[in-house]
Design a protein around this ligand. Structure first.
Ligand code: TYC
Length: 101
């Protein structure tokens, strides 16, 4: 068997070493109170009051805001945790995940 049969392409090799990162994105809505959005950002994403306020206001004004960029499993777990907290409280707050770049 030659090297050609087993060697991965340079692109595939890079992927193996450095898995794709994912963005967690906060989505604006008209119903969730601003203070509750900040509370979720603080509880789930360990943000300061100030950082939480700025992220919340960016989503409020622009429609969305990137909260964090991290490994896929962490991004999905945190987005689910955040949406579940909102659901329990009866708010339609949404966080989504998508691959970076
Ligand atoms: N737009 C909401 C309000 O005016 C606040 C809000 C901000 C909700 C950001 C969601 O991702 C959000 N009460």
């Amino acid at each position: 068997m030659s090297n050609k049969d087993t060697a991965v392409s340079p692109k595939a090799a890079a992927k193996l070493q450095r898995p794709r990162l994912y963005k967690v994105i906060l989505i604006n809505d008209d119903y969730t109170p601003r203070e509750f959005v900040i509370l979720v950002l603080r509880a789930v994403f360990r943000m300061s009051e100030d950082a939480g306020y700025r992220v919340m206001m960016t989503a409020h004004k622009m429609g969305t805001c990137v909260v964090v960029v991290c490994a896929r499993d962490i991004a999905e777990t945190k987005a689910t945790e955040a949406v579940d907290l909102a659901k329990e409280a009866g708010f339609p707050l949404l966080f989504t995940t998508e691959p970076e770049g």
